[in-house]
Design a binder for this molecule. Structure first.
Ligand SMILES: *[C@@H]1O[C@H](CO)[C@@H](O)[C@H](O)[C@H]1NC(C)=O
Ligand SMILES: *[C@@H]1O[C@H](CO)[C@@H](O)[C@H](O)[C@H]1NC(C)=O
Length: 463
């Protein structure tokens, strides 16, 4: 009896010791983690604002345009962000997880008040880019050199990229619609098409929906303008006229370009018909090209294209040049015609660019991207396009200002002499020029990104 009582007491004592140890262990662990976290937080140099954090924490259960379906499909892993962004969101996530795990207040306020004031230039800004026109793909994949991932089997696509203290999140595809867009967006760049009335009507739906985004602070638009530069319709949306749009990056030489409300924007390559991005390693600058020139395109009656074809035929250029005139317009390329076109650019030293509805055409950028020198008809087309307050170089003021390696002609009668000079050029000179063209194009993309980011920083966040 005594023996078993002693055993019982020992047992109770053991349980007591074990319990105490466990409690101490839990307490220690908590304290340590807390300390770790605080140290970790203090070690973070960036400044997080309160609003951004609350937006971020909502994002944990926020469904960005149908992503909930992905989660439902059995916890499918979200594709990771691109490397530069990853490090930051990782930090953010750890910080947030720390918060919920301990149920304790992390010193956000301290961070906010301390760091924001001391390091205003370090403040991170999120910018949403919503691509509702194909020129958005030129911006994202070509200019910003970023990638896209399919979401919901391609209903929409997503990508992110950090540049300095700006985090860009690009979303595009039919799944990107106003009523599904995140309502807490603060900084937004909308890419829209204003080329014709049906596109304008669609663009207006987006611009009209902006008033439902209550947190919006900054809006810019990248607009594929009308080829005759009739873009009056967008002016009512400018801040200046009581709207929300601070600035518009506008395609085609518009007299509205003033570097305040309107900034010049390049047309780029035709992403809408699947013109690809070529890494410079794919284009072999050293390889001699089969043709001196190429022209593929629709020849409208009484157009300068008709003149061009007559001159090429009269001078018997059919052997030197790759010519595929078409006498009716086809809106969408088949895979064959696309490959044919790419092959033509790849195997010619120069690419002929007669004016269409506008002087600026996709083909100019496409040729440059493949090291083929564009020969461009440097004339104004009918409509309202022309010189602006800030540039007298129209047409193609942007390419001229960037010193694009282009051969300009005022009329196609100049072409035979140009082609003769091409024939006489030594192969080493041709290769040297081609290398220069490819390098120029690469630089052009980088400079355009800088221009874009610089203007956004200045107009969105400088005050
Ligand atoms: C574009 O991105 C690719 C792959 O991420 C990289 O290899 C390349 O150097 C980048 N190009 C430029 C001009 O930054
Ligand atoms: C082309 O121009 C000629 C004379 O300049 C004119 O008679 C003819 O009607 C024009 N054709 C078209 C389709 O505009």
């Amino acid at each position: 009896m005594r023996c078993s009582l002693k055993k019982l007491a020992q047992g109770i004592f053991c349980i007591y010791v074990a319990f105490t140890c466990y409690t101490t262990y839990i307490w220690l662990q908590k304290t340590l983690r807390k300390a770790e976290n605080t140290a970790f937080q203090n070690g973070i140099k960036f400044a997080l604002s309160g609003t951004r954090l609350s937006a971020k924490s909502k994002e944990e259960n926020w469904n960005p345009w149908g992503e909930e379906f992905e989660d439902e499909k059995g916890g499918q892993r979200r594709p990771p962000f691109q490397a530069p962004v990853f490090s930051l969101s990782d930090v953010e996530k750890q910080a947030l997880h720390g918060n919920s795990r301990h149920g304790s207040m992390l010193p956000w306020r301290q961070l906010e008040l301390g760091a924001v004031k001391k390091l205003p230039s370090q403040k991170i800004h999120n910018i949403e880019l919503w691509g509702k026109a194909a020129i958005g793909l030129y911006l994202w994949e070509h200019i910003m050199n970023s990638t896209l991932e399919d979401r919901l089997g391609g209903v929409w696509q997503y990508g992110s990229k950090r540049i300095q203290n700006l985090i860009f999140r690009f979303r595009t595809g039919p799944g990107v619609v106003p009523h599904k867009a995140p309502k807490d967006v603060e900084n937004l760049v909308l890419v829209l098409n204003g080329r014709e009335q049906s596109k304008i009507d669609f663009a207006k739906i987006w611009l009209d929906s902006l008033s439902t985004f209550e947190k919006l602070k900054n809006v810019a638009v990248i607009l594929l303008g009308n080829e005759q530069c009739d873009n009056e319709w967008i002016k009512q949306y400018l801040v200046q006229n009581g709207g929300l749009v601070k600035l518009v990056f506008l395609v085609y030489d518009s007299p509205d370009v003033d570097n305040v409300n309107f900034y010049q924007w390049p047309l780029g390559v035709a992403t809408y018909r699947g013109f690809p991005k070529f890494r410079d390693t794919i284009i072999n600058a050293m390889k001699p090209r089969q043709y001196i020139c190429n022209f593929l395109g629709t020849v409208y009656p009484n157009s300068s294209r008709e003149t061009l074809m007559k001159i090429l035929t009269a001078h018997n250029m059919g052997n030197l040049c790759y010519l595929r005139p078409r006498y009716e317009w086809l809106p969408l390329e088949s895979e064959d015609t696309r490959q044919d076109f790419i092959q033509a650019l790849k195997t010619s030293d120069v690419t002929l660019n007669p004016v269409g509805k506008n002087t600026e055409c996709y083909r100019i950028y496409e040729a440059l991207s493949m090291g083929s020198v564009p020969v461009v008809e440097d004339v104004m087309t009918p409509g309202n396009c022309g010189k602006s307050k800030v540039s007298h170089n129209a047409p193609l003021q942007l390419l001229k200002e960037y010193g694009a390696p282009v051969i300009y002609v005022k009329k196609w009668e100049e072409l035979p002499d140009i082609l003769k000079a091409e024939q006489k050029m030594s192969i080493s000179k041709v290769i040297e020029r081609r290398t220069r063209v490819l390098n120029w194009y690469k630089e052009f993309l980088l400079k355009t990104e800088e221009y874009f980011v610089g203007i956004l920083k200045d107009r969105f966040f400088s005050s």
